[in-house]
Design a protein around this ligand. Sequence first.
Ligand code: 13P
Length: 255
Amino acid sequence: MTKDSMLIAGNWKMNGLSAALAELQAIAAGLPAACAQADIAALVCLPASLLSRGAEAVRNSRLALGGQDCHFADSGAHTGDIAAPMLKDAGASYVIVGHSERRADHCETDELIHRKAEAAWRAGLVAVLCVGETLEQREQGAALEIVGRQCEAAIPAGAAADRLVIAYEPVWAIGTGKVPTRDNVAEMHNFIRQKLHRRFGEMGEKIRLLYGGSVKPDNAAALLSVPHVHGALIGGASLNHKDFLAIIAAAATLP
Ligand code: 13P
């Protein structure tokens, strides 16, 4: 894959009131310059409360929008949850499933995440499925085993490049300013790539693998140039249009 198939994705998490739509518009407006000649895909996963207005605000731009979670059912008696068709209806084309914060805060299991990814597909959304080990698991030398198991259990049959993106987010790198070494990222992404290849054949080669966890403008080029890294999932630095656009510009200038 080349830099032209990169996806730079923001995850605003539980941040963003109406005033933040100006930031979203600034991201959309800055994209053509930041991408230069490269065909980089850009995405922001908004809180559900901002999706409809966000979609209005960035209409006619190349910025795609996503949700941050969906229920496994398409509708029904699930108070407080949001269904994939609702996200789609509100203007999303992607949805994150299995983020480590949801695994931790809401006890989400790989089996549940599997069903959420299928729900995303039924609604015509691209699922951005997150995997990643905790610090304790890495220190025990179990990172590959844990992520391997997450991939096996959470990724449904029928995965394809046009509807699945995998984001490797080491839990200990999220919001901490700590990042794995390039070698660690390369090892994990290569491992996931092999797994996808074994399970899905040639199609497995084409599924994008993002890195996430403390990606900032000053480390983006180093992380994005690691083999088998096809983009980034960015929390904190996606809340600020200058930082997010700087990361996109870093992706665009890679050879
Ligand atoms: P940070 O970029 O703030 O570390 O968050 C990463 C993340 O969790 C994106 O989903």
